[in-house]
Write a protein that binds this ligand. Structure first.
Ligand code: PLP
Length: 399
């Protein structure tokens, strides 16, 4: 689609990069934006001189770009260092509200990334909450229809992955909201959009979530950036995770008053250059067009499915949605790490292991899997080396 925009591929022309769900390569416009930022560097939000004011304006412009990208308003965009930080911020802050009591319940799913599950496990220990799990349906997707059976008047929040980084399934978040509305539940919905926001258009207005998080490095932006979006009404009562400089109105000896969101959640010196890079990445994706990105991923994933299915000994895990660009599989009689090592020796880059989703693997009854994941630079030419590699490997193990 746009491979020439990514210098990685001219530096590594032999690589077949199929690990974009782990992290993505950066287009030249992002690298250039970071470079230009360093060449005009200054502290932001503090200096009363021109370079500082200009860079502060650029930084705040990225907030507007990020808001427009997901159909939000800038005041609802909090910059974090990654999705993990956003998810921790919520699991830390939400249970501190007066309305949360010991014995309240939080629902997660077995398909969730550890970055969703672990912060809520810790919050459950701290606040005496009960953690309930949505299981998988027969297709290996999150079984939303079983939500009614675990939902109760004590359910305070549901933290759930939008696209599973392992199963490649898409959670129907508007359907989830419908179920909550029908049941009269006011549970807060937290969507982990790490694997969705880079692959198809998202508008928070129609998604049915109250909070949404994603990481910049998975959508062609520098690492060290992430976004936490929250409804303005919800952010205003949420306490910060980190306190310190750049987030206070007034500091006293015993008490201090914090700025309103989003500044209240952005204590300390930010990764300015990385956020500027995030702005460039979002601008780049908007130029390509997220609908075009979705179509590219969809068509290419279908071509991968078609050619992977006949590979001897290969079983595709669950029923991945082609829009996710994620295909996990196992090979009969060969450990996932051996598969990845064998492919890696041929410069085919895939992920192997539990992919930070141990419970999803447990639910599918497999100890580990191999994951192929697509980016906007992936091409049909990536398929043949993978298929040949896997077929050769099978014959090596099975004669
Ligand atoms: N959620 C999902 C679905 C992911 O795939 C990942 C990363 O793999 C994360 C959360 C955590 O992202 P990060 O490590 O960038 O915070």
């Amino acid at each position: 689609m746009v491979r020439a925009d990514f210098p990685y591929f001219s530096h590594h022309p032999q690589d077949v990069y199929l690990d974009s769900a782990a992290t993505t390569h950066k287009p030249s416009v992002v690298i250039e934006a970071v470079r230009a930022c360093y060449e005009n560097y200054a502290p932001i939000h503090r200096g009363l001189y021109r370079s500082s004011v200009e860079l502060s304006d650029q930084y705040e412009q990225v907030r507007s770009t990020a808001a427009a990208f997901i159909g939000a308003i800038p005041e609802e965009i909090i910059f974090t260092k990654n999705a993990t930080e956003g998810l921790n911020l919520l699991a830390h802050g939400l249970p501190l509200a007066e309305s949360w009591k010991e014995g309240d319940e939080v629902i997660v799913s077995v398909a969730d990334h550890h970055a969703v599950i672990l912060p809520w496990q810790e919050a459950a220990k701290r606040h005496g909450l009960s953690l309930r799990y949505l299981e998988l349906d027969e297709q290996g997707a999150i079984d939303l229809e079983s939500l009614s059976s675990i939902l109760s008047e004590r359910t305070k929040a549901i933290a759930i992955t939008h696209v599973s980084n392992t199963l490649g399934s898409i959670t129907d978040l508007p359907r989830l909201r419908d179920i909550l509305t029908t049941r009269g539940s006011e549970a807060i919905v937290i969507a982990d959009a790490c694997q969705s926001v880079a692959h198809f258009p998202i508008s928070v207005g129609s998604l049915g979530a109250d909070f949404l998080v994603f990481s910049g490095h998975k959508l062609y932006a520098p690492a060290g950036t992430g976004v936490l979006w929250g409804r303005e009404s919800m952010l205003s009562s949420l306490p910060p995770l980190l306190t310190g400089g750049d987030m206070v109105v007034q500091v006293g000896r015993l008490e201090s008053a914090y700025l309103p969101p989003p500044q209240r959640f952005e204590a300390g010196t930010p990764a300015t250059e990385a956020v500027i890079g995030l702005g460039a990445a979002l601008g780049y994706l908007s130029q390509v067009g997220m609908e075009a990105v979705r179509q590219h991923t969809h068509d290419l994933a279908l071509a991968f499915f078609d050619q992977l299915r006949p590979v001897p000994g290969l079983s595709i895990l669950a029923s991945p949605h082609p829009d996710s660009g994620i295909i996990s599989f196992s090979m009969q009689g060969v450990h996932a790490h051996d598969v990845a090592q064998f492919l890696g020796d041929r410069r085919i880059c895939v992920r192997a292991g539990q992919q930070c989703a141990a419970l999803a693997h447990g639910a599918m009854g497999v100890p580990a899997s191999v994951r192929v994941s697509l980016g906007i630079y992936s091409t049909p030419e990536d398929i043949a080396p993978l298929v040949t590699g896997l077929t050769d490997l099978y014959h090596l193990f099975h004669g």
